[in-house]
Write a protein that binds this ligand. Sequence first.
Ligand code: GLN
Length: 492
Amino acid sequence: MKQNLTISEVRKDLRNKEYTSYELTQYYLDQIKKSDLNAYITVCEDKALEAAKIADEKIANGEDRPLLGVPLAIKDLYCTKGIKTTAASKMLENFVPEYESTVTQNLLDDGAVFLGKTNMDEFAMGSANVTSYFGECYLPYRKKSAPDQKLVPGGSSGGSAAAVAADLCVSSTGSDTGGSIRQPAAFAGLVGIKPTYGLCSRWGMVAFASSLDQAGPIAKNVEDAAIMLKSMASYDEKDSTSEKVDIPDYTSFLGQSIKGLRIGIAKEYIQDLSEEQLKILEQTKNWLKDAGCEMVDISLKTTPYALPAYYIIAPAEASSNLARYDGVRYTHRAEHYNNIEELYINSRSEGFGEEVKRRILTGTYVLSAGYYDAYYNKALKIQKMIKDDFKNNAFSKVDLVLTLTTPSTAFAVEEIEHMSPVEIYLNDIFTVNANIAGLPAMSVPAALSKDGLPMGVQLIGNRFREGDIFKAAHVIEQSANFGELRRQILRG
Ligand code: GLN
């Protein structure tokens, strides 16, 4: 079987009868079995082969749909009817939803084949996929300087990134509350976009922080991300924050001229960058300039407040969202208890991992009567300031803001063991702002570090201006020739 296939290649090959969807699905299932990356929590072998067979029949009948017969990996927080959905938590270890999330239903309606559910940080809380109840997950790459160390794929959509990077699926879905699509995409040398808040329905996604959560794809290239996003996005009356907007064919933006597009570089984002990071940003600026963009220096003064505000708002909402896991209904239930209170306490103590408990405690604290004004209300005021800052000091002057995606490249499992929770939270420093402001943002691979690891740059756009992001990202992708670089790192 051909390696590293993209969605458009698969579509073409299936139509030309180079192979069937059944054969391709079987190939991926075999690869998944051979892999020791722990990218999947659940593999749905029978269902996938059955879906592939149906897709082959439809193709034979001349049907044409954007993802017909394309094998995908789904983050294990999308409820999938009849398929276990765990959010990587013991709490939901045996949860089999009776309904399909809107996003996954959209993908199925477009003909996709689901290979399985990918590993992730428990309830999407984390930056390294190490909080998963189902164990760590790894990238298929190594650092040149430490080839013995296993690298984490980032988080929380770590399994989705690892699955795409290791070619254990064609493309995947992630979710992003503070960076969980973009950070793993950057670590893995892939394209990941968190769209504008409200573009994809949250219905049927296991909730973390509802005002920040968004669905989006992690893909091998910009074109695949465009195809996936178009399919995933829809207005949905079942999600009250879903927005009724036109959803264009995002692939139509690829190759469009970006002459005259104004790109902002905010000084607050570049203050503490290393020489290597500054060089990559400079390089990216030059590519964009060569394509006719205008670079504009801007200042977003609220930038340093985004991370502290995020780590108040997100846990606050999480503590409320996770209150439903009480041991009574579909969740883990403790074996030993003497009364109802003990049933709650024991089930929650056993069912949740350490990081989830930390968030619930933080969230409950900042929402408590005595501290609500001091923390939660203040964080909401900061959120308003950040939104205004983007509006008044970025998008009144520029079309896109260019930053790095992450403060570092992928780290080793050993390294994360020595990091405090706050050090781990600092990973989100460049990504949370877009969630807090509800803006679309994409990570696109730009270069390899000296140590041979992928580095991503981030493009933040104005609300529902995903098209601008796709246009510019395509130019970066072409200039970086990252497909070739990725082949090089995979070869080692
Ligand atoms: N790393 C962030 C956190 O732990 C982001 C998670 C996410 O986007 N789901 O909260």
